[in-house]
Write a protein that binds this ligand. Structure first.
Ligand SMILES: *[C@@H]1O[C@H](CO)[C@@H](O)[C@H](O)[C@H]1NC(C)=O
Ligand SMILES: *[C@@H]1O[C@H](CO)[C@@H](O)[C@H](O)[C@H]1NC(C)=O
Ligand SMILES: *[C@@H]1O[C@H](CO)[C@@H](O)[C@H](O)[C@H]1NC(C)=O
Ligand SMILES: *[C@@H]1O[C@H](CO)[C@@H](O)[C@H](O)[C@H]1NC(C)=O
Ligand SMILES: *[C@@H]1O[C@H](CO)[C@@H](O)[C@H](O)[C@H]1NC(C)=O
Length: 581
């Protein structure tokens, strides 16, 4: 469904672009990195933002189980039929192919009957919890493009957490909690993704939606990527451009959909009822027949290819970038700082290719690191020069203080010879430049595209709004990296749903779309609800029971019940004299 959406969107762009601009048919899908075009100067390359196609990522996954010996069948064990405690003649035996349930069976082709599945040992050690971690590792950053779908062969677990890592398993964050009773299991109020909105989309929720017990036929658990995309791209994802635009400017949103590893933490098997049937513990275990993860290699919009090499995915980097995620510029292509490609402007994006370094000597990255020590190394003593030095280097050392011979694009007239690196470098670069030849912009400045390298105006102040930006640096088009809720090139504007306070963009407390003041309250400047006298709470959602005990429990007892679940509960339990909500 998602794929066909994507294709039809793509098809539309094909038509529009080929009719209007003679652009190659694939633009808008970001699936070519460069193309040849004809200009007055003849045939030249035109570069575009590009990304690999989304695909089934399960093929490339490595799975580990914790505890390692949690798979059933060693020693052989009998278990009961799903849902029927009196049919306990099923057997799991790791040494017999037909009776074994190894982890690989979570990833094989389904659609066969009976289905194949991984199964854990039974809960024979009850009441000791039956905890299992299933960790999926890619050793590659991946951007999720579709729902994660886990199909359980037995009942869906009563409690489970989906976790993710962005750093190859060093640190983990929860992605979503699942329980039959969220409050009881995780002290969280149950929510569904549909309760979220554009500005709460990053919230980590506990859902009870997939925990309808042991006997039902539905065996599937989702992590809803598409519903989250829909907050930006519309309910049928018809406006992917809007999503892409948002991903481009909001790092947190981009990171939310990015993973290197996933972990399924199974914390309590399906029981189907409140009490565990201790006479038939062979009823309780985990069994998973299928896991689906769709995504694309993250290549920072610098590659359309992603290949498998030695069981590992690698971007096939273009634009003179390199690294597993195309996360840096190739050697000799460091003429400006690396930056990821951009989806904007739609549909072509901006390639942000790496350009050749100006330098003919030395090694810029190494050089950058020793920069703080340069002044202490300011030497120009030809007699200390190692004999293997070439004549050109020697001569530039000897005349190092003559403006003409320091290759600093006119931003400095002093340079220094670094013996360790056998390199001449510029010192005290002016006009906000830096680098071996003053060929780069200082942090917090970006390259003026219409100025030559020797222009005094070559570096422009980023002017990132200090309250709206993550830091004072910007990309090479002057775009700053925005904090949550902020937008605009300088991060001095707020996204819908946010309002500018003295310290940047804060989420609206109330508005007329999603955060309505309740019970007749009025939203004042998006920062507070003015409540009618009887109500209180941020959204006027609570009755003022404490101040007016009589009013809460007597005269408006009916109304109070629906607003005070605790009161209702107490009333049901026969408790008297309760005046709180
Ligand atoms: C599973 O992972 C969690 C952290 O993500 C860890 O605390 C726990 O010890 C792991 N092992 C088991 C068997 O739960
Ligand atoms: C992950 O990839 C790196 C190469 O970048 C490799 O050195 C390492 O061994 C890989 N790790 C695993 C667990 O495959
Ligand atoms: C590197 O960039 C140059 C132009 O700057 C281009 O001719 C060359 O093809 C690029 N190399 C790669 C591998 O993209
Ligand atoms: C600078 O040089 C000193 C010794 O010469 C060294 O200890 C220090 O780590 C260097 N600093 C940097 C940033 O390279
Ligand atoms: C960029 O450089 C050009 C050429 O020197 C100059 O006219 C222009 O003002 C510069 N832009 C900025 C924003 O400084």
């Amino acid at each position: 469904m998602y794929l066909s959406r994507f294709l039809s969107l793509h098809a539309l762009w094909v038509t529009v672009s080929s009719m209007m601009q003679h652009y190659p048919s694939v633009w808008g899908h970001y699936d070519v990195c460069k193309t040849q075009i004809y200009t007055e100067e003849g045939k030249v390359w035109d570069y575009m933002a590009c990304q690999p196609e989304a695909r089934d990522m399960i093929k490339y996954v490595r799975v580990t189980l914790d505890p390692p010996d949690i798979t059933c069948g060693d020693p052989p064990e009998t278990f009961c039929a799903m849902g029927n405690p009196y049919m306990c003649n099923n057997e799991c035996d790791a040494s017999t192919q037909e009776l074994a349930h190894p982890p690989e069976l979570m990833f094989d082709l389904e659609g066969r009957h009976p289905s194949t599945f991984w199964q854990s040992t039974t809960w024979k050690d009850y009441p000791k919890p039956l905890h299992v971690n299933i960790t999926l590792s890619w050793n590659k950053t991946i951007e999720l493009t579709d729902n994660i779908v886990i199909t359980f062969e037995s009942g869906r677990p009563d409690q489970m957490i989906l976790e993710k890592s962005l750093d190859y398993g060093r640190t983990w964050q929860p992605y979503q909690y699942y329980a039959t009773d969220c409050l009881d299991a995780f002290h969280m109020d149950p929510k569904s993704v549909k309760d979220l909105s554009q500005h709460t989309v990053l919230e980590i929720i506990c859902t009870e939606e997939y925990s309808t017990g042991y006997m039902t036929n539905s065996k599937i658990i989702h992590f809803e990527i598409k519903d989250r995309f829909a907050f930006f791209a519309g309910p049928r994802l018809h406006n992917m451009a809007s999503l892409y635009g948002q991903l481009d400017t909001t790092k947190k949103l981009r990171d939310f959909f990015t993973i290197t590893d996933l972990r399924i933490r199974l914390l309590r098997p399906a029981t189907g009822e409140i009490y565990v049937d201790e006479q038939h513990l062979a009823r309780y275990f985990y069994a998973i027949s299928d896991i689906r993860v769709y995504g694309r290699c993250k290549c920072n919009l610098h590659a359309t290819g992603c290949k498998e090499e030695n069981k590992r995915l690698l971007c096939e980097c273009e634009h003179n970038t390199t690294g597993p995620d195309c996360g840096k510029c190739k050697k000799n292509y460091q003429g400006r700082p690396w930056s990821p490609g951009s989806y904007l402007p739609i549909p072509k994006g901006t390639a942000n290719i790496c350009i050749p370094s100006i330098s003919s000597i030395g090694n810029p990255p190494k050089f950058d690191r020793i920069w703080p020590n340069i002044s202490s190394l300011e030497v120009s003593k030809p007699n200390q020069v190692a004999p293997k030095l070439s004549m050109t280097t020697v001569s530039s050392v000897q005349v190092a203080n003559h403006k003409r011979d320091c290759e600093c694009f006119g931003h400095s007239n002093r340079c220094s010879y670094i013996e360790l690196l056998n390199t001449v470098i510029c010192v005290s670069c002016k006009h906000n430049t830096r680098g071996q030849h003053c060929e780069l912009c200082r942090l917090g400045y970006f390259r003026n595209a219409s100025a030559e390298l020797d222009d005094e105006n070559v570096c422009i102040d980023c002017y990132c709004n200090p309250f709206g930006s993550v830091h004072d640096r910007c990309n090479d088009r002057g775009f700053c990296e925005c904090k949550e809720g902020a937008s605009g090139p300088k991060c001095d504007k707020c996204l819908p749903g946010y309002i500018w306070h003295s310290l940047g963009c804060q989420p609206n407390v109330c508005d007329n779309e999603l955060l309505h003041c309740q019970n007749g309250g009025t939203c004042i400047n998006n920062v507070r609800c003015q409540c009618p006298p009887a109500y209180t709470g941020i959204l006027c959602e609570k009755l003022k029971c404490e101040r007016d005990p009589g009013g809460c429990s007597q005269s408006s007892a009916q109304g109070a019940m629906s607003h005070c679940p605790l009161l209702l509960l107490m009333a049901l339990l026969g408790a008297a004299g309760v005046h709180m909500c």
